[in-house]
Design a protein around this ligand. Structure first.
Ligand code: HEM
Length: 416
């Protein structure tokens, strides 16, 4: 598709032809080439999704924010039967309304407390865990895979701690997400088996918390056990409902934190001077992580919304019932919103109002926890392994396909 062919595509004819297929490239280290021409020539572009359905891809900062903040664009309703889809559902449709379900079950306060990075002992636990994982890698010797040796277990450890399940189960929990977050053309039966396997696991973990004394209980499931016993408002909630909250939080958080961390580390490995900079300036880690969040391409699909009414978005009148996909890298690399967007500038001065955590009603409820997770991981990593480097050519990284995140299957590193 050439730029010339794109001219004049914004009028709403009878049924606009798709400009291109979505998703874009799966590489997480190179901004997809379509990004800037889409933003300039067709910031609300007709695309064809994996399922063959039409959708509007929104790629400028201003329009992305407009869609995310306008409640006439619904996330929950993207799970309805018969609507255009980005990919087949691999989780039960009602789970798409993740935070909405938590709110209506009266569990918002308990969940938000569990997601608070300043809760007692959590940051010390994370620092100690990061240190132990790195010691284990050093003992094994490099090259080693930083994803399975560090980013995955570190992210899983945070979630096991916050939810109240044993860390030793991290591998089986993470491997469930390999299936739950697949993007498939057609529904497949065993996605349900995968989901209910994890619901069963967390229901057993909830029962184990119930069997403990109040003092022995841990994490959000421990808190839920207390609510079951003492809070009449929660008495109607079944074990399965509590377990579903835990499965969906583990799912929403563990892949997001690990994929972001892997891509943030890769961006630093490709600019070794930045590792030295972060080592010398640990106090600037907060701003650096925000810039890495703006820069990161880990969200590989579009944030989906279903139009509940006819709404004008830029030059396009989006019709009720149509699917809109918000392209985060379109927004986060928009020169109208960020000076020199193509530069990874860890000292970026102006407020870094990126959309890496979304915007509006569905803004990530764990943004502070996500930031703390990455800050601690990077702080420990650059401190313990100052000579960290990519141990293979970047073009030899294997990028996962058919998954909601852009993710290298392995990130081989060395440090000696
Ligand atoms: C660096 C890490 C993270 C990133 C980049 C991230 C990104 C996002 C984004 C972009 C959204 C908005 C989705 C949308 O609008 O459709 C979101 C929502 C959400 N995130 Fe995160 N997230 C991160 C960490 C976490 C963690 C650690 C948890 C929980 C343990 C979590 C739980 C959720 C939940 C439950 C929602 C849905 C909110 C709603 O629908 O109202 N996230 N996240």
């Amino acid at each position: 598709m050439s730029v010339e062919q794109l001219e004049g595509t914004q009028e709403r004819g009878p049924e606009p032809e798709p400009l291109l297929d979505f998703p874009l490239s799966r590489r997480g280290d190179v901004l997809p080439e379509e990004c800037s021409w889409l933003r300039e020539k067709a910031p609300v572009a007709r695309v064809r999704t994996l399922t063959g359905d039409p959708a509007w891809l929104v790629s400028s900062y201003a329009l992305a924010k407009q869609v995310l903040e306008d409640e006439r664009f619904s996330l929950k309703d993207t799970a309805n039967a018969g609507v255009p889809r980005q990919y087949a559902l691999t989780i039960p449709p009602e789970v798409v309304n993740n935070m909405g379900n938590i709110n209506s079950a009266g569990l918002r306060n308990a969940v938000m407390k569990a997601l608070n990075p300043r809760q007692k002992g959590l940051q010390d636990f994370l620092r100690a865990t990061a240190g132990e994982l790195i010691e284990a890698l050093v003992a094994e010797g490099g090259p080693a895979d930083l994803r399975t040796g560090f980013a995955d277990p570190f992210s899983a450890a945070l979630h096991c701690q916050v939810l109240g399940v044993p860390f030793e189960d991290w591998r089986r929990l993470m491997s469930g997400l390999d299936v739950a977050f697949m993007t498939a053309r057609e529904p497949f039966a065993d996605s349900a088996l995968n989901w209910y396997k994890d619901v069963g696991y967390f229901a057993d973990a909830f029962k184990a918390q119930l069997a403990r004394t109040a003092e022995e209980r841990t994490g959000l499931l421990g808190k839920f056990a207390g609510l079951r016993e003492a809070d009449p408002e929660s008495a109607h909630l079944t074990d399965e409902m509590f377990a579903t909250v835990a499965v969906s939080l583990f799912g929403a958080g563990a892949v997001s934190t690990s994929a972001f961390l892997v891509l943030a580390v890769l961006a630093l490995l490709q600019r070794p001077e930045l590792i030295g900079y972060l080592r010398e300036h640990p106090e600037r880690m907060g701003a650096a992580v925000d810039e890495l969040l703006r820069w990161n391409l880990s969200v590989g699909d579009g944030l989906p919304r279903l139009a509940m009414a006819d709404v004008q978005v830029g030059d396009v009148l989006v019709k009720e019932g149509e699917l809109v996909l918000v392209l985060l890298e379109g927004a986060n690399f928009d020169p109208e919103a960020f000076e020199r967007p193509d530069e990874l500038d860890l000292e970026r001065k102006s407020a870094n109002a990126h959309l890496a955590f979304g915007a509006g009603r569905h803004f990530c409820p764990a943004s502070a926890l996500g930031r703390a997770h990455a800050e601690i991981a990077l702080e420990v990593l650059v401190e313990r392994l100052p000579d960290l480097r990519l141990a293979v050519p970047a073009e030899n990284l294997v990028w996962r396909t058919g998954f909601i995140k852009r993710l290298p299957e392995r990130l081989p590193v060395a440090w000696q």
